[in-house]
Design a protein around this ligand. Structure first.
Ligand code: GUN
Length: 295
């Protein structure tokens, strides 16, 4: 299949960041302050550290102010809640994220619910999740939002198509399934949400026009599991040991890329697909939080 095309998240994210940068330049010309995003990083998980430092770098690139709140792995529930309340009250701060996952002594749900929904630029708070599910204006979770933006900017038709989502996490699979089924474009798909208890998963993926994998199992989706011409979106990004690389690991998606690309019409690479879009959408949400906060 020589018709396969790559969904280039790096290129799209660059375009989106350029648009945001121009918006910030206009704000500054009008004598306004720049948008301000903070990130809370707990502990020293390697992947989380990378994600957070990338988010801070993105802020610098578009002219946002950024802050990093670092807390030890041993932080207590109360201390973490207090840190969040401080950010909730900080007037010149438009939005913040608490990088997940959190250490096991922490009740993640209670932490998410402590975030002021107006500053919840991850869109994880139940109030924002509910608004999303009801088609109300709110912050969309960055990864599903980035996938929608990618489908839209590549003009991939989703209306009436069968979209199969694999994985039902609160930050990717679950919201993705809701958004793909919404009336607005992109969306309007017929959605099947599959997960670890789905029987005969291949049956669903073989009947999918669009497959979105968010499991974190390297190379899980094989060519036999999809139909010819399917659109394949790979959200998985797992660190796999690889002594031949400088960092000692490589990043591997949920899709058996080399084989699946021969059958797909469109496919996202890993890295360079969904990841950069997630980062760009966090900036979009922060700009929205700023507009709400300063009007
Ligand atoms: N962990 C994995 N993805 C995300 C994300 O988008 N936001 C936060 N806060 N944590 C994550």
């Amino acid at each position: 299949n020589f018709g396969m095309q790559l969904l280039d998240g790096i290129k799209l994210a660059r375009e989106i960041k350029q648009e945001i940068k121009e918006s910030v330049e206009n704000l500054i010309k009008e004598g306004k302050r720049p948008p301000h995003l903070a990130a809370v990083l707990v502990g020293n998980d390697g992947a989380s550290q990378t994600y957070v430092s990338n988010k801070i770098k993105d802020c610098e690139q578009v002219g946002f102010k950024s802050s990093l709140v670092k807390l030890p792995n041993t932080v207590s529930q109360t201390e973490l809640i207090e840190a969040i309340q401080k950010l909730n009250q900080q007037e010149d701060l438009d939005g913040f994220i608490v990088q997940l996952p959190l250490p096991q002594q922490i009740d993640q749900e209670e932490i998410i619910e402590a975030i002021d929904p107006k500053k919840d630029v991850d869109g994880f708070h139940p109030e924002n999740f509910g608004k999303m599910a009801l088609d109300m204006s709110t912050f969309l979770p960055a990864t599903p939002f980035g996938i929608l933006e990618m489908l839209e900017r590549y003009d991939i038709s989703t209306r009436g198509k069968h979209a199969v989502v694999i994985g039902r996490s609160r930050i990717v699979g679950r919201p993705m399934s809701i958004l793909m089924g919404r009336k607005d474009f992109p969306g309007n798909s017929t959605v099947t949400l599959t997960h670890s208890n789905t029987e005969n998963l291949s049956y669903y993926t073989q009947h999918a026009d669009i497959v979105i994998t968010a499991l974190g199992v390297p190379g899980f989706l094989k060519a036999e599991m999809i139909k010819e011409g399917a659109v394949v979106i790979d959200v998985g990004i797992t660190r796999v040991d690889d002594a031949t690389t400088e960092r000692g690991f490589k990043l591997v998606g949920d899709v058996d890329f080399e084989n699946v690309k021969e059958k797909a019409s469109w496919i996202t690479p890993v890295p360079g697909g969904v990841g950069p879009m997630t980062r760009a959408m966090l900036l979009k949400n922060t700009l929205l939080a700023y507009k709400n906060n300063t009007k």
